[in-house]
Design a protein around this ligand. Structure first.
Ligand code: ADP
Length: 964
């Protein structure tokens, strides 16, 4: 009977039928408050069975005691046209409490109230399912309420029944002044009244009308305002709710308010979902306006036929959706929930959460499906975006080159990506997480570094570009840089931190290598000697690698010795290696130098075992040894090495690269410094030598000066001596010669006649001869003295030169005339003078020039027995060349130069015994005179044929005078 009443009442009521199909709680109470009907959904939600209903369930049993009163009042006030929703606390049979919202209407039959029926919405589910939506709804609701839209409820007669406080504020009247008294049009600007009346009339005549329009509003004080009015007909009444929004000022708020209004309406209507109801028997489908709206259609646009819905479904989703539907149709399930995409009118797909439930007839056959569509596009898009971003993040995490990790403050890894594991030398993130339980001691090269790092992180919340040195699993060191962000506990202490780690070893080493190389090159000039350079190099290397045990060995090729010029060692002392080139000698450093290649030997590497055995170890065996040759222009000059006694991983290939780069610079620096030192030594030697030599030179110079002084003095003495001796000689000579001549004459005159005997005649002849020898030798001695004085005067610059313009022809002629006398007694020799018609004059002492000519003519005559002696002259207008040619005995080639020297005579001697004996000074005087005038004198001669003596004299250019 209960079913019947339900069926009866709803059968013709299409809308109610559709509600029955909703996955919502449908119920009916009889006048006693007993539940006379509940759909399956309601029963299952409350944990009831049909049996329970049969046995009679009072509505109080399904409600929380707190809601009993409210529920009762709602039932009491239920009207046939229905009531607005009331929120109650429901109680299911198992005692769980959940919020519901019920709406109900009185069941009236034959004018008598039979009970109530209605729908209850399970708010729990709604809330759970649509938290996001509800959040936004509550936001809009709050906005609606708090914005305080002015609202009026206006009757068909235009009288205002009610208003809110905002409305009072807007018009400037109190509610009591307004309500029941004021007419709607009292607040409309006069020019707008007609238009508004028309709109209102249309509303009540059922024609198309405006529910949302703007108009000019008048307040009590006649202020005009631009108002947006939103009019809503209160269902089943003639009254309207007018919401007035002052858009003159708050256009933005208006917009928001309208939206909130719309949403509020929807909430009031109980659901934001589109509703569909499919009658399987007729295949007629009802789509609620909201359903159509979700897909962008106007109410009249979607035909109520079932065929078309598949057209709007995304092809990929049809199968799954159909399956749900069909299972429901076939009665396998009662309700379903499925997500799918539907084509919006604008061509895009909307994500829909579809819920559906079947309605069965008495025989249990499903004859209807009804359900809701919730537009979940936004959520889906967000989900999709989240999924994509999560996927992206995960990809980044697992494939990033950077190490990505999360670590606890006490130094355990929570997560790590493969790169992180690889950076730290572990095969996988799991291995890293498992093995590292204390980063401070296991990863930090210097465990003291971690505390300050954590302190900064805890204080700042993040640490960026933090660089530090870590140990890898195998003990090798790496430089890393990390960016770290902290996460805190509620109490503000550090919970964990997330880091991005990069291996910057290469950069760091290259930075440090560059710096070290620069420092080493600088050390050349900043250190004052080689030993200090070694110390500086040691300090520089120590900044990049552990150089606690370090040496520099240098080879002295000359003595074949390797000297450990510098070393620092915890264990051993070093001794130089003699006979370096001896092939029998082996050691690590010798090997490095012989091969010219770096050597890294670690006791941890099996492949090094052979080398360790082959090469003898000097001193304490290290755990790891790294040596590098020092080379200059490909010549190994030494080696550097570092070693560690306990950690076999202390040095790696990276360190080899560093040492090699540094070695180049070290070799260069050492060579420079050595050269510098050598240069300084050489310089010092040179300086002392120069000093010594300078002193010697100074001594010599002084000696020379003294000698010179002595010479000058001697010269002076000589000149004085010569002239005085000459004069002293000349005077007695003149007397000797005079007296000899006189004695000769007297002898001839007085003693010759007395030579009466042959004996006396012989003796007389002898005396006469001897006197003549005294005379000629005296004359020769006089000439010698004269010549000697002459040359002495010239050489000492004391000669007198009476220079004047003179005619050379006259001088030549004079000389020839003087010589002619001597030729009178010699018929075999002719003297010829070739004189030109004109000649250039000369500026000279004519006596001196004549002296030259006389001398040459005398010599010619002296050395010519027969033939011709010829004087000739050529004039080049700049100079005269005067020659005396003879046909005499000539002069051998090797003597042609020496005869011009003082006291030099040809080896042939005088050929004419009768001639005066020479002094050997004649040609020397000629040379002196000719050269005094800038001329030259020379001889061309062929022994046995004759000689040509020539000399030049500068002529007075541009003048020509007759020769005679
Ligand atoms: P001396 O007074 O001895 O002639 P000179 O200086 O005039 O000294 O000459 C030096 C020497 O040159 C002579 O002794 C002679 O051997 C050689 N000599 C000079 N003139 C001639 C000449 N015309 N023919 C050959 N020998 C000459």
């Amino acid at each position: 009977m209960k079913e019947e009443s339900f069926q009866e009442t709803y059968i013709d009521d299409r809308f109610r039928q559709l509600v029955e199909g909703l996955p919502q709680i449908l119920y009916e109470l009889n006048e006693d408050g007993l539940v006379s009907y509940a759909n399956d959904f309601a029963l299952s939600r409350f944990g009831l069975t049909r049996n329970d209903l049969e046995n009679g369930i009072h509505f109080k049993e399904v409600l929380h005691p707190d809601s009993h009163k409210k529920a009762y009042a709602t039932i009491q006030s239920a009207q046939p046209h229905g009531t607005m929703g009331t929120e109650l606390l429901a109680r299911s049979k198992d005692g769980s409490i959940f919020p519901i919202k019920i709406s109900m209407q009185a069941i009236v039959k034959d004018g008598k109230t039979m009970g109530v029926r209605g729908v209850a919405v399970d708010l729990t589910e709604t809330r759970d399912a649509e938290t996001a939506l509800r959040k936004s709804e509550s936001y809009y609701r709050a906005l609606f309420e708090n914005t305080g839209t002015a609202m009026f409820i206006v009757g068909k007669d235009n009288i205002i029944y009610s208003c809110n406080s905002k409305a009072e504020e807007l018009v400037g009247y109190s509610a009591s002044e307004i309500m029941g008294k004021k007419c709607w049009h009292d607040f409309v600007a006069p020019e707008e009244t007609e238009r508004l009346k028309r709109i209102r009339a249309q509303r009540f005549s059922g024609g198309p009308t405006l529910n949302d329009y703007t108009f000019t509003f008048l307040t009590r004080d006649k202020t005009r305002k631009m108002i947006r009015a939103i009019i809503q007909l209160i269902p089943e009444t003639d009254a309207t709710v007018c919401s007035l929004i002052d858009i003159t000022e708050q256009h933005r708020t208006t917009q928001a308010l309208r939206e909130s209004q719309e949403r509020y309406e929807q909430v009031v209507r109980g659901t934001n979902d589109g509703v569909w109801d499919w009658d399987l028997r007729t295949d007629i489908v009802y789509y609620s306006p909201r359903y159509k709206e979700i897909l962008g259609y106007e109410d009249h646009e979607l035909p109520n036929v079932v065929e078309t819905w598949k057209d709007r479904m995304h092809p990929d989703d049809i199968e799954a959706t159909m399956a749900g539907n069909m299972e429901c149709v076939e009665g396998k399930i009662d309700n379903f929930e499925v997500e799918f995409r539907m084509l919006h009118r604008d061509g895009t797909y909307r994500w829909i959460l579809g819920r559906g439930a079947s309605v069965k007839d008495e025989s249990g056959k499903v004859y209807r499906l009804a359900g809701t569509h919730t537009d979940i596009t936004d959520r889906k898009q967000t989900e999709q975006a989240l999924k994509t971003s999560e996927k992206r993040l995960r990809t980044i995490f697992s494939t990033a080159n950077d190490g990505v990790y999360r670590c606890t403050p006490d130094g355990r890894f929570i997560t790590a990506n493969p790169s992180m594991a690889a950076i730290l030398g572990y095969d996988s993130p799991d291995e890293l997480i498992k093995n590292v339980s204390d980063t401070e001691t296991q990863l930090y090269v210097d465990p003291a570094d971690r505390k300050p790092f954590l302190a900064v992180l805890e204080k700042e919340g993040r640490v960026t570009q933090y660089e530090k040195l870590l140990k890898r699993r195998d003990g090798t060191k790496i430089w890393i840089s990390e960016n770290v962000t902290a996460t805190y506990h509620d109490d503000g202490t550090l919970k964990h931190y997330d880091g991005f780690m990069q291996d910057i070893t290469t950069r760091k080493i290259s930075e440090r290598t560059t710096q070290a190389m620069y420092d080493i090159s600088k050390a050349i000039s900043t250190t004052s000697h080689l030993q200090e350079l070694y110390e500086t190099i040691h300090a520089i290397l120590g900044k990049v690698i552990d150089a606690t045990n370090f040496f520099i060995a240098m080879l002295d090729k000359d003595i074949d010795r390797l000297s450990f010029s510098y070393f620092a060692d915890e264990m051993d002392d070093y001794y130089d290696i003699d006979n370096f080139s001896d092939p029998e000698k082996t050691s690590l450093v010798i090997h490095v130098m012989r091969t010219g290649k770096s050597l890294l030997l670690s006791t941890a590497r099996p492949e090094d075992e052979q080398k360790w055995k082959e090469l003898s170890i000097l001193g304490t065996p290290p755990a790891v040894w790294l040596g590098t040759p020092l080379k200059i222009r490909d010549q190994v000059i030494g080696a550097v090495a570092v070693q560690h006694y306990s950690n076999p991983h202390h040095y790696s290939e990276t360190d080899v690269a560093f040492m090699e780069a540094a070695a180049e610079q070290i070799a260069f620096a050492i060579e420079r410094k050595t050269n510098e030192e050598k240069l300084t030594q050489l310089n010092e030697q040179l300086e002392s030598t120069v000093e010594k030599r300078t002193a010697e030179l100074r001594e010599k110079a002084e000696e020379l000066e003294a000698a010179n002084l002595r010479l000058t003095e001697l010269d002076k003495i000589k000149s004085a001596l010569v002239s005085s001796v000459s004069h002293e000689l000349r005077t007695p000579l003149t007397s000797i010669r005079g007296f000899a001549k006189l004695a000769g004459r007297d002898f001839t005159r007085f003693f010759r006649p007395l030579e009466t005997t042959e004996h006396l005649e012989k003796k007389g002849k002898r005396i006469k001869q001897n006197l003549s020898i005294i005379e000629t030798e005296g004359e020769r001695l006089t000439r010698l003295i004269n010549d000697f004085l002459d040359i002495n005067r010239m050489e000492s610059g004391k000669a007198n030169w009476h220079d004047q313009f003179c005619n050379p022809c006259e001088i030549i002629q004079q000389a020839v005339n003087t010589a002619k006398g001597a030729f009178a007694s010699r018929p075999d020799v002719t003297l010829v003078a070739d004189m030109p018609a004109t000649i250039s004059p000369i500026h000279a002492d004519p006596d001196k020039i004549q002296q030259v000519l006389t001398n040459l003519l005398n010599n010619a005559s002296k050395f010519t027995e027969q033939g011709e002696i010829r004087v000739s002259v050529t004039d080049s207008r700049h100079a005269l060349t005067i020659s005396v040619t003879d046909t005499g005995i000539g002069i051998p080639k090797d003597e042609q130069n020496s005869i011009f020297e003082k006291f030099q005579k040809s080896s042939q001697g005088d050929t004419i015994s009768t001639a005066n004996k020479g002094t050997g000074l004649g040609l020397a005087i000629c040379k002196e005179i000719v050269e005094h005038y800038g001329g030259t004198i020379w001889v061309e001669s062929t022994p046995g044929k004759g000689s040509i003596f020539s000399f030049t004299l500068p002529a007075v250019a541009g003048l020509e005078i007759p020769c005679e």
